[in-house]
Design a protein around this ligand. Structure first.
Ligand code: ACO
Length: 317
């Protein structure tokens, strides 16, 4: 598998920490020092579909392909306005793509899971190019009265186009069923027969549990992909990590004993956009000319489930 194009899209509204001080008992100083986040983009008038489509069109343009060149569409998404059909079906028409598509919900690890599926599909099916779109609106999941979680998230979309190639050096996915640290339930329609209470509410998160799980599982995944690919941390050019909290990134960096310059971050601008963080960061690096042919990228993510995934990919766009 080979990545041949990247794209991203953000809501127009920039919400700074100072703006949050207007209705939350918080401060710019607390949020920056505990999370690294200075501002986030939040959906106000646009829809998540708009962002998904914009990022996908940019990725196709960057790859030099047209809708007819796409043979499969995979969308990573936790929640959107539709229960059914899937977000991939909704945007497929707007993109003018004519191919099978489906959504995956692997929370913030979705991009790595989608890459693994794409790699297998390209190896076993007669496909030319696959479009992967990660489109997320965690800003619509959290309780905006809960200062411990709403400050963390932002909305956005990141996409890549992949084709056949030899750039995936190793990949590892892992899932350990742990619901308590991070979950959200929404009530379904009532029936005349229902005899149980149902929960409908915002995201519930135990921040410290998530923090510890995130650091330990990412370190484990990174060790395992490095060993699987027989590559040392010194050989990795960039660690493109899920942007959830700068202190989680710092802890992983500390363990890897690698220089700070190898860990690009944009969490200060966008907050945690769930599975979209890595493709958004990848798109920024690509467009800023910070990725050189032959660079080895290590990507690692974690999310509700508890799902984790890491991979080592050579950049050869
Ligand atoms: N502003 C000011 N004070 C705050 C805020 C805030 N926004 N949020 C919490 N506090 C307060 C708490 O109320 C608490 O006050 P108290 O001591 O009077 O009770 C104090 O700060 C310390 O709270 P902690 O929860 O101990 O703070 P911590 O240092 O653990 O940081 C945080 C909290 C930022 C949520 C951290 O635990 C974290 O980042 N965890 C990981 C979260 C995460 O990554 N979630 C998503 C992962 S999966 C995915 O990406 C979807």
């Amino acid at each position: 598998m080979r990545i041949i194009g990247t794209g991203s899209a953000h809501p127009s509204l920039v919400v700074t920490n100072k703006m949050l001080e207007n209705f939350l008992d918080t401060s710019d100083e607390w949020i920056v020092s505990r999370t690294g986040i200075e501002q986030r983009r939040l959906i106000s008038s646009e829809s998540l579909e708009d962002l998904a489509v914009e990022s996908a069109l940019k990725a196709m343009e960057n790859a030099g392909v047209v809708p007819d060149d796409i043979d499969f569409l995979i969308v990573s998404n936790v929640c959107n306005d539709y229960v059914t059909p899937s977000l991939s079906c909704v945007i497929q028409g707007e993109l003018g793509i004519k191919c099978p598509c489906f959504d995956i919900n692997c929370a913030c690890s979705g991009f790595i899971y989608a890459l693994d599926i794409a790699e297998s599909f390209l190896a076993t099916k007669d496909l030319r190019n696959i479009l992967i779109v990660c489109a997320e609106q965690p800003g619509r999941m959290v309780d905006w009265k809960d200062r411990a979680q709403c400050v963390l998230f932002g909305d956005g979309a990141g996409s890549v186009v992949v084709t056949k190639g030899d750039d995936m050096k190793a990949i590892r996915l892992n899932t350990v069923s742990k619901v308590d640290p991070l979950w959200q339930k929404r009530a379904m329609q009532p029936t005349p027969f229902l005899r149980k209470e149902e929960h409908d509410g915002p995201l519930v998160m135990n921040g410290q549990d998530v923090f510890k799980l995130a650091v330990s599982s990412s370190i484990d995944d990174i060790e395992k992909v490095l060993s699987k690919a027989n590559i040392s941390a010194e050989d990795i050019d960039l660690f493109v990590l899920h942007q959830a909290n700068i202190r989680i990134i710092d802890a992983i960096r500390h363990f890897s004993k690698q220089d700070k310059s190898k860990f690009p971050v944009n969490i200060n601008k966008y907050g945690n956009t769930s599975s979209a963080t890595i493709p958004i960061l990848l798109d920024e690096l690509n467009r800023e000319g910070k990725l050189k042919n032959g660079d080895l990228l290590l990507m690692s993510a974690f999310g509700a489930g508890f799902t984790t995934g890491a991979c080592i990919l050579r950049w050869s766009k």
